[in-house]
Structures are given as C-alpha cells and as structure tokens.
Design a protein around this ligand. Structure first.
Ligand code: ZN
Length: 425
C-alpha cells in the first residue's frame, strides 16, 4: 500500500466528491477534476462542443443550477439541492405551470426501489424530466404543478483529466475511470478513488513502463480520448478500466475482447492468488467497449466487483456512501497495484548461466544445510525461474506454469537478477 492512502483518505476523497453534480460535461466535472488535482498533478483538457471525435461530435455543455417541482398544494415534490439525481441529466430549462397529465411523461421512478431516486439521463434526446422515489410518484395528486428547472445546455466543452507518469520505456499502461455520474458512490466514486491511489503508486518510484491515468466522462470521453491520442494507442501494452469497486461483491476482472492478452494473463494470475473471479468479454459495460472496439482492440480489461445493473442500488440514490466501504476500495487498489507491478515485470527473462544448474549456495540463494523443508518453496521458485527463463518467458508465465503466486516469483526473479543469474529484457 502506498503510504498515506488509508481508509480515512478514501472516505475523505469520496465525501468531497459525492455532492458534485457531474455529467458528461459541465462545471461538476471541472470541480471533480480540481478535487482530484489536489491529490495528483492532473492536466485538464477542454475539448470544444462540435469537435468531431471518431463517429461522434462533442455535445453541448450542460450545467444544472437547480431543479424544483412543486405540487398543487405548494409542497416541494423534488429539489436538486437535496439530491441531484432528481433532474434527468441533460434536461433543458423549463419554467411554468403544468398539469399532472402534461408532466406525466417527464416523471421517472423505479418501482423496484420505491424509496430511492433513480438516475436517468437524456444526453442526446433534447427533453427534460424529474426523477422521484416511486412512493412519491404514485401518490401525486391531479392539479397544477410548478416547474422551475434552471439549467443551461449550450456550446462549451467536454472536460477530462490526464496524468502521465513517464517510465524508462515509452510503452504504456492506461488506467481509465469515468467521472460522469452525479451523486452515486459505487458507480462511480470508487473508481475515481482507486485510480487516484494507483496514480500515487506510479508516482512513488521510477517505473519501467509509462503509466497514464485518464479521468473521463463515460463513452463520449473515451471516444474523445482515443480520437485525440492515435499516436499513443500503439504504445499501450496494458490497461485497466476501473469502476464499481466498493460494493460487497467479489473482485471481478472482465477480460479484454481478445481474451488472451498479457493484461488478461496478469489479472487471471493475480485474482487466482487473491480469490477474485475472471469473466469473459461482452460488448457492453463501461469504457472497455471503446478501448476494445475492433479498430483499437487494446489489451485493456475491467476491474470491478458486482456486475453493473445486477445490484438493486445500481443507478439510484441508494448507491450512496453507506453502500460502499473504503476497505473494499483499498482491497481493490491492492490487487490493481499488484497487477501494475506485474505489468512492469512482464519483460522476457533470460537465464545467464543456463548450462547445468548454477551454484545457488555460493550466492547465498540456497540453504546452507541441505534437506530442510523450510526453504524448499523459495528454492523451487528459483529453480522454476532458471528452468523457464529462455528469453521468451516472463514472470507471469513462470507463475502460471509453476502454480506459484506471481508476487513471490517476481521477488525471486529480482534476487536472481541481483545475483547476476537472470537478465530481464
Ligand atoms: Zn453507471
């Protein structure tokens, strides 16, 4: 664990980010990146509305000032100052008196979670709406309602944040998380917190690979990033999309489209060691859809816990800070950190004394007294490495073939390297 990154740190970061009204564009995203910028030195990019990005255009910028809906008796039915999910994302401004039947198509609720406010968006639909707990929605009385939806939807920019931590190699690891959800914790503050923690890890020492962290709105953000970074794409050796890391479910890695990339092999190994699960690729989900689209087909998978859409709190106001735990976020960071360390280690190993076994005892790598059992696993790890280091095999391959924990193999490889018995390309 990187020093200073404890549960208090995670909780503080998520507490500060929770109230901000994020979307795919707007000032809530700028405020989010400013808060992240207190932890790591982010470069903030502003891409103007109308910019062509792959098959899309950067949309108008949306900013919500406040949305309120009053009932016939003057009672406040919904107010975004209480919960910013009350307004459908990308609603245009509306002000006036409307009957219940006139607003009926603009009200949204979820009977499966009757006490919570659902999260709805209409990025490209040119409409407006309010979201209510089903219990409130069902009890609305006929009559005239007062709508004051104060929002702007006009040319502006799409905002995203980026940090590049240069390694000795220009080959890159891309870590991506979305920043477009308003006040919900698992989806997506846990991904933001984990990405910041991994960035702090990358910054804490000189690494072999270059690590790039992007904080982007979902879908349109990764499409925008890919359109603007065609020169970077060929250098991406590994990558992870991070989201949904704070719920009680097991850590789950979703394979890249290709399914057998180095990233997939590392994560399979780490999660086998740590008791997580690995699932196959499917073409929906988060930004892995864009990174793994056929024209890019990058070695990028997704780390999350419970699959989105399958837990009742998903995309509702019940996905609040009490639904997630900092400890679970930190456990995910631990796993992801080990994966990043192994990405860094994934260079071909060559045994420099391949004729017969080298004399390990002379180099302090073998127990002085033969026959004891205590050192056997350490010694067998050395032997596995020396046996498989044919110039075409890396630490993760050795761990997989030997059935040994990848971090132990990496440690043993470092010792053999220090002893001059192993070269790493
Ligand atoms: Zn979501």
């Amino acid at each position: 664990m990187t020093p200073g990154l404890d549960a208090t740190w995670v909780d503080q970061l998520m507490d500060d980010l929770f109230p901000l009204c994020r979307s795919i564009t707007g000032n809530g995203n700028r405020a989010t990146l400013a808060r992240v910028g207190k932890e790591i030195d982010l470069t903030v990019h502003e891409v103007p509305t109308g910019t062509p990005v792959l098959d899309w255009l950067v949309p108008n910028e949306w900013n919500l000032n406040r949305g309120r809906l009053w009932g016939p008796d003057g009672d406040l039915v919904a107010d975004t100052d209480n919960c910013n999910l009350h307004v459908v994302g990308y609603s245009h401004a509306v002000k006036g008196e409307l009957s219940l039947s006139q607003i009926a198509n603009h009200l949204h609720s979820n009977p499966d979670m009757p006490w919570s406010v659902p999260y709805r968006t209409a990025y490209y639909a040119q409409t407006w709406g309010f979201c209510l707990p089903y219990d409130d929605h069902a009890s609305l009385l006929p009559g005239m309602y007062t709508v004051d939806l104060d929002a702007t939807l006009e040319p502006g920019a799409l905002t995203y944040g980026e940090l590049v931590v240069p390694g000795t190699s220009d080959r890159e690891v891309l870590v991506s998380t979305h920043i477009c959800h308003p006040s919900m914790a698992n989806d997506n503050l846990t991904g933001i917190a984990a990405a910041v923690a991994l960035a702090r890890w990358a910054l804490s020492a000189q690494r072999h690979l270059t690590y790039r962290f992007v904080f982007i709105p979902g879908t349109i953000g990764s499409i925008t990033w890919l359109a603007r970074n065609r020169d970077v794409v060929p250098r991406i050796a590994h990558g992870l999309v991070l989201t949904g890391l704070g719920d009680p479910g097991p850590l789950t890695y979703k394979r890249s489209r290709r399914g057998d990339t180095g990233t997939d092999r590392v994560l399979a190994r780490v999660l086998a060691d740590r008791g997580g699960q690995v699932i196959d690729w499917y073409p929906y989900g988060y930004d892995e859809r864009q990174y793994c689209s056929l024209g890019f087909d990058l070695p990028i998978g997704r780390l999350s816990r419970t699959m989105h859409g399958t837990y009742p709190q998903y995309h509702t106001s019940a996905d609040d800070l009490s639904f997630v735990s900092a400890e679970r976020v930190l456990a995910a960071v631990d796993v992801a950190t080990e994966a990043l360390e192994l990405f860094d280690e994934r260079r071909p190993l060559t045994n420099t004394a391949p004729e017969g076994e080298p004399q390990l005892g002379r180099r302090g790598l073998f127990a002085k007294i033969g026959g004891t059992i205590g050192n056997a696993s350490k010694e067998s790890t050395y032997l596995w490495l020396l046996s498989l280091a044919d110039g075409d095999t890396d630490v993760v391959d050795v761990a997989a073939r030997a059935g040994l924990p990848a971090d132990e193999v990496a440690l043993a490889a470092a010792r053999l390297r220090d002893a001059g018995l192993l070269a790493q390309g």
